[in-house]
Design a protein around this ligand. Structure first.
Ligand code: SF4
Length: 409
């Protein structure tokens, strides 16, 4: 019999914040996070990994923002990401400000690394002005040396005190749009620290065992720490930190929540792009229509609804099947390859038909049955759209120039 969430300790009450479209805390579904391993300046590679992570179950994805090129990459990635993007900041205040400029949905600050109160307050003020939440990401391995000394090591009290001090700086500028993590690579220390954090704060908690290592040990450590706390009602969002393909992190997070009855199981997995400046159709309407048409068919595949043929098939190349819009036509693609071009008003019908055939006949057979003219038609539409809207449909260049002024100053 499956475990039901009702048999676990009721979830602790926390405040609710919003990381982009994802609510965290305050009874919202526990969200899964992961982090890209690509260079953030590699826009296409990073987006492709973000789509893979989203497909594997990540609700929020974090990208490092360690240099100006990474911030410029974020300005181009964010409008095209299917999930909210959080920027990971370590030492440089300019990178936090540049990431905000790029339009991130959240920041993660490590109080052990960004230490100057004036800089911390500057970031908090800017985040407040832009309505962007911050995770206070305390890490036992990079605890502020003063706290290490005061508490005689990285103890649960020291980790929680680090978060409290950061909160105090934030509150000085009237900012508390915050979630908190107190991670450690020791499972026991992590559990004790989060228990104390949960008694001390009512902010949402982001759970994780840091640097848990490769599989299978990393998975076991992560599960030991995260599941123990979840069973006690502690935790609002989770991340496995594995020395592995980050897809494994997202998958593990999702499976853990499903196995504990904290998230519903997925049957058909429908993903949709966020619909940026390139979109050629009302993506939400098409995705809703597709969802409605497919909902009772119980097809165990992933389907992507993408707003444009310029980037859609590439971004969602890991989806089993997808549809991308372009020039009043729908481009059906399987594993990133366009196999058929249909009229725009026949997109959903064609998608449902192809989904059924794909499940019945398999990927190879459906790729072999592709319309030989489809790829050329897709390329034609892609080029026409690029000509219509140029290469910067999301006006990322304006943000990039602003980031450059800031980081070069
Ligand atoms: S409209 Fe195109 S570029 Fe924009 S997010 Fe959708 S698929 Fe990506």
């Amino acid at each position: 019999m499956e475990t039901s969430a009702e048999l676990l300790t009721p979830r602790r009450n926390t405040r609710q914040i919003s990381v982009g479209k994802v609510a965290v805390g305050g009874g919202a579904p526990i969200s899964v996070q992961s982090m890209t391993t690509t260079k953030t300046a590699d826009v296409e590679g990073t987006l492709q990994q973000i789509y893979q992570l989203a497909a594997a179950g990540a609700d929020i994805v974090r990208c490092t923002c360690n240099k100006a090129e990474a911030a410029e990459g974020l300005a181009q990635i964010i409008p095209r990401s299917p999930v909210p993007i959080v920027a990971d900041i370590h030492f440089h205040v300019e990178m936090a400000l540049a990431a905000l400029e790029a339009g991130v949905d959240g920041l993660r600050l490590n109080p052990g690394n960004l230490r100057k109160p004036s800089e911390i307050k500057l970031v908090a003020q800017e985040a407040k002005d832009r309505g962007v939440p911050i995770r206070i990401g305390v890490n036992a391995g990079s605890l502020h040396p003063d706290l290490y000394e005061r508490f005689g090591g990285a103890t649960p009290e020291a980790l929680v005190e680090s978060a409290r001090m950061e909160l105090d700086y934030f509150r000085e500028v009237g900012f508390d749009d915050v979630k908190i993590s107190v991670k450690a690579s020791s499972v026991a220390l992590m559990i004790a620290s989060y228990r104390l954090a949960s008694e001390t704060f009512d902010y949402p908690l982001h759970l994780g065992v840091t640097e848990a290592g490769p599989l299978p040990g990393g998975l076991l450590k992560g599960t030991a720490g995260i599941a123990t706390l979840l069973a006690e009602g502690i935790g609002d969002t989770i991340r496995y930190s594995l020395t592995a393909d980050p897809v494994e992190e997202a998958r593990a997070g999702r499976m853990l929540l499903e196995s504990m009855g904290l998230r519903e199981r997925k049957g058909l997995d429908l993903i949709a792009c966020p619909s940026c400046g390139r979109a050629e159709v009302d993506v939400i309407a098409v995705a809703n229509a597709a969802q409605e048409a497919l909902k009772d068919r119980n097809l165990p595949i992933q389907i992507a609804v993408m707003g444009c043929v310029v980037n859609g098939p590439g971004e969602a190349r890991d989806a089993d099947l997808g549809i991308a819009a372009g020039k009043h036509r729908g481009h059906l693609f399987i594993k990133g390859e366009v196999v058929r071009v249909v009229k725009e008003d026949e997109m959903v019908e064609a998608l449902v038909e192809e989904a059924e055939r794909l499940v019945a006949e398999g990927v190879e057979a459906r790729l072999a049955a592709a319309d030989p003219k489809a790829a050329a038609a897709a390329e034609q539409d892609r080029l026409a759209l690029l000509e219509d809207k140029g290469t910067d449909a999301n006006k990322s260049q304006v943000k990039i120039e602003s980031i450059r002024r800031r980081t070069e100053a």
